[in-house]
Every structure is written in structure tokens, then in C-alpha cells.
Design a binder for this molecule. Structure first.
Ligand SMILES: *Cc1c(COP(=O)(O)O)cnc(C)c1O
Length: 455
């Protein structure tokens, strides 16, 4: 069933190549032209509205076109939009650095700016490597990462990523990463109960570290949620034990909190729940509340000091991007961090998280094809399976997640599943009514879809 294209859709398809898309799909399902946003809602050119349950690719925190952020951005735009960040600085960047150091786990005292999540990962990988080169540990040339990890799509970031869908074709170009099996609580190989779990599966990492630690510079991980892999969640104890292993084997721990930072998991940063400090923390996405690309890597004085020397020693970290520390983005980040201080969003995420858990558990847990509903903070995920007992996945060719996505859009709900995992990651400003709409609509669509599929 093909719809007539609007003029903007026609022009889009003539020249625009969209991310993460098979463009041929757009023949049947053209891009939706969004003309404005407000709160959790996006409005298309025909004034249909969609509840943005994915926070615009996990970046939005306080709603679209947030008046407070928009005002700060606009004022900054009339004052200073950008300045070279080598040998120059500006107050928004300084204040953002100060606030981040105060908010993040102990010991992360230095802030390096970049301009998107993948770039932050590249920075952390390069810094860790160069640190070891400059500290006499010249054998340390590899990274250790988990299966199902996602750290972005530039070549270095892809190299540590473990989602085949994104990696496979590029394999000949990628770094030789040490791969350890990650946590898989839904299909736990040790049948651990959540209440008594001691993260036995950390043994997979320990095995690899025992064998390779002399050549490993850093372990990189997404704390608490492997998001792109399908919102795979695991308990804080795993992080705690990983931190111990990294210290024991003298390798850095890189915490990629790009998706989970800024309150998503119910604490400002996910690492807090394990009470650990990583050697590097990468942040982006929520940092600007979904307004502008910006990222940072925080690290320790110890790392910083290994680069600090006379120019002639050539120990400096020379990485830069044109938009490093962009003034507009920093001003927005400053407003976002100030809003966290003044408007109690961590409490809000916890309260709304509890409500979402209650509604979603009631709505989904008894449905056929629901393997489990899981949630941390304000991230909830439904894992669809062919069989609830055996947990056998649904056939990926059927693209069931995608079918449900299309039906949800027709009902004014934007959920963009990851394979056969449906998830909710709404902006923190979602109201009770909006949340009920999100859960109820999803439930109706699932019931209808699977009823029809049964034939
Ligand atoms: C999104 C994401 C990245 C990459 O960030 P981009 O800004 O898209 O390059 C890296 N790590 C995690 C965990 C992410 O979710």
C-alpha cells in the first residue's frame, strides 16, 4: 500500500541518504517529515503527532524545544558561537568541566572535549594506548571488549563493538580486539537468580585477562545496559568485579556512559550504582539534552600526568576536532547540568521509572511471545521470543519489530525496536497520561499483531 509522497518527501528521497536504513525500504515507507516538536511530541507536516518514546535516538532528556534550553542557546548564539579550542577557551566549557568533575565518580578530574559519541570513544582508546606507550608498557596494544557491545561506528569504535550487524563487512579493516563473552541475564548460562547473582559470568573476562593482560591496554564497557544490542541489562555487581579485575591486571577501565549517563538508569551515572570509578568515562547523547552534538572524556590525574611534559618530549595528546568544545553546545550542556541541579530530575526518573515498571509489568508480562520485560531507571524493554519456555528467538526475517514499529507510528507512537526487542526510553518530562498512552498503545498493537500473525 503506497501512499502519495509529499513534495518534501519527494525532494528528500532524491538526494538524502538516511542513517541506519536500507533506502529501498523507503519506497514502501517514506521518511516522515517532522516540522516541530514540543515536550515528548513530534509533529509531522500534516500535523499528525508522535510520542517520542525513544528520546530521538536516546539524546533527549527534557523534551523537544525546551524553552529554558532554547533561550540559553539563543542568547549564546548572539554572543559567541564557536572559537578555536587550542590555546583559547570560554566560560561555558570551563563551567561544564567543573560541573562534570563534581558530578562524576571520584578521581575523574580532567575533561577532554570532542563532538560526538564515537569521537569520545576514539579519544579514550587513543589516550589509554598512548598512556601505556609513554609509561613503558609498550606491549599494550589491544583492547578488550564484550560480545554485544556497541561503542559507535567509526573504525576504532567499531573495532571494540561486538554487534555483527554493524561490524561484519568492515571486519578486514578493524583492530584485533580481545573479545570476552558478556553478561546475558535473560539467558544466563549459570542460571543465577537476580537476588543472589554474584556475576559468575565475569569469569569469561577474567579468563581473557589472565591470558592477555600484558597486551591489553583497556577494557571498555557499557555500564548496566548494553543498549544497542537490545537493552541487555545486568546488575552492578558485574561492574564492581570488573573494576577489581582491571586493577588486578593493570589495565584501564573505560566506561562508555554515552547512552546511560545523565540519569537514564536512575542515578546520574550508571557507575555510581556499583560504586566504582573508571579510568575513563565517555559521555555524550544526553549531555546537551538532545540539542547539539558534544561529547567529553573524563580521566584521572594519573593519566593526564603521563602526557604532561616539555614540548620536545612529544608526549602531548594531539587529537582534535574542528568543533571540539563548541561554544553553543557547551552553553547548552551547562543549562542541562544546571537543570539537573535545580529541577530534581534524578528523583523524577526514579518516580516515573517505578510507574513505568508497574504499568508495563501489568500490560506485557502475561502476553504470549513476551520472553521478559526488563527495566533499569527509565529504560524498559520487551524481549519478544517464539517460545516463552525455551526462549527461542523469533525468526529475524519476519522483521517483527519493524512491523510493530510501523503500526505504532500509525497510532501516534514512535518506538523504534532493536530487532525483536521493543523498548521505551522516553524523555524525563513524560506525563502520567503520556506514559499510559505509550504502554497501552504498545500493548494493543502487540495483541493485534500477534493475533493476526496466528491467522
Ligand atoms: C550512541 C552510542 C555511541 C556513539 O555515539 P554517536 O554520537 O552516535 O557517535 C557510543 N556508545 C554508546 C553506548 C552509544 O549508545
Amino acid at each position: 500500500m503506497k501512499q502519495a509522497l509529499s513534495e518534501l518527501q519527494t525532494r528528500d528521497l532524491r538526494h538524502v541518504w538516511h542513517p541506519c536504513s536500507q533506502m529501498k525500504d523507503y519506497e514502501q515507507f517514506p521518511p516522515i517529515v517532522i516540522k516541530k516538536g514540543q515536550g515528548v511530541w513530534l509533529y509531522d507536516e500534516d500535523d499528525n503527532r508522535y510520542l517520542d518514546a525513544v528520546s530521538s535516538w536516546w539524546v533527549n532528556l527534557f523534551g523537544h524545544a525546551n524553552p529554558r534550553i532554547s533561550k540559553a542557546l539563543s542568547e549564546q548564539a548572539f554572543t559567541l558561537e564557536h572559537a578555536i579550542f587550542a590555546n583559547f577557551t570560554h566560560e561555558p566549557a570551563i563551567k561544564v568541566a567543573e560541573k562534570l568533575v563534581a558530578l562524576t565518580p571520584e578521581g575523574l578530574n580532567k575533561v577532554f572535549f570532542a563532538d560526538n559519541g564515537s569521537a569520545a570513544i576514539e579519544v579514550a582508546l587513543k589516550m589509554s594506548f598512548q598512556y601505556h606507550m609513554q609509561s613503558g608498557k609498550t606491549k599494550k596494544k589491544r583492547f578488550l571488549a564484550l560480545t554485544d557491545a556497541y561503542h559507535g561506528e567509526t573504525l576504532g569504535a567499531l573495532s571494540v563493538g561486538g554487534v555483527d550487524l554493524y561490524n561484519e563487512v568492515y571486519q578486514p579493516l578493524l583492530l584485533d580486539t580481545v573479545r570476552a563473552q558478556g553478561p546475558d541475564c535473560f539467558r544466563c548460562p549459570f542460571q543465577d537468580k537476580p537476588e543472589s547473582c554474584q556475576a559468575q559470568c565475569i569469569g569469561f573476562v577474567e579468563e581473557k585477562l589472565a591470558e592477555h593482560h600484558e597486551e591489553v591496554t583497556a577494557v571498555i564497557i557499557e555500564p548496566l545496559i548494553q543498549a544497542a544490542a537490545g537493552m541487555k541489562m545486568y546488575p552492578p555487581i558485574y561492574l564492581k568485579r570488573l573494576r577489581e579485575l582491571c586493577t588486578k591486571y593493570d589495565v584501564h577501565l573505560i566506561a562508555d556512559e554515552i547512552a546511560v549517563g545523565f540519569g537514564r538508569t536512575g542515578t546520574m551515572f550508571a557507575c555510581e550504582q556499583a560504586n566504582i570509578s573508571p579510568d575513563f568515562m565517555c559521555l555524550s547523547k544526553g549531555l546537551t539534552g538532545g540539542y547539539l552534538p558534544l561529547s567529553v572524556v573524563l580521566t584521572t590525574d594519573k593519566v593526564y600526568d603521563a602526557f604532561y611534559d616539555d614540548y620536545g618530549t612529544m608526549k602531548a595528546f594531539l587529537h582534535s576536532h574542528s568543533y571540539t568544545g563548541n561554544t553553543l553546545a557547551c552553553r547548552v550542556a551547562l543549562e542541562v547540568l544546571t537543570m539537573f541541579e535545580e529541577e530534581h530530575y534524578i528523583d523524577i526518573v526514579q518516580t516515573k521509572g517505578e510507574r513505568m515498571r508497574k504499568l508495563a509489568t501489568e500490560a506485557f508480562c502475561h502476553l504470549p511471545y513476551v520472553g521478559e520485560y526488563r527495566q533499569v531507571g527509565l529504560v524498559g524493554a520487551i524481549e519478544l521470543v517464539a517460545n516463552r519456555e525455551t526462549k527461542v528467538p523469533l525468526p529475524s526475517e519476519e522483521r517483527i519489530g519493524y512491523q510493530i514499529y510501523k503500526r505504532a507510528l500509525a497510532k501516534g507512537l514512535l518506538i523504534r525496536p532493536l530487532g525483536n526487542i521493543l523498548y521505551f526510553m522516553p524523555p524525563y518530562v513524560i506525563t502520567d497520561d503520556e506514559m499510559s498512552f505509550m504502554i497501552e498503545t504498545t500493548k494493543e498493537i502487540m495483541e493485534q499483531f500477534f493475533w493476526e500473525r496466528e491467522g
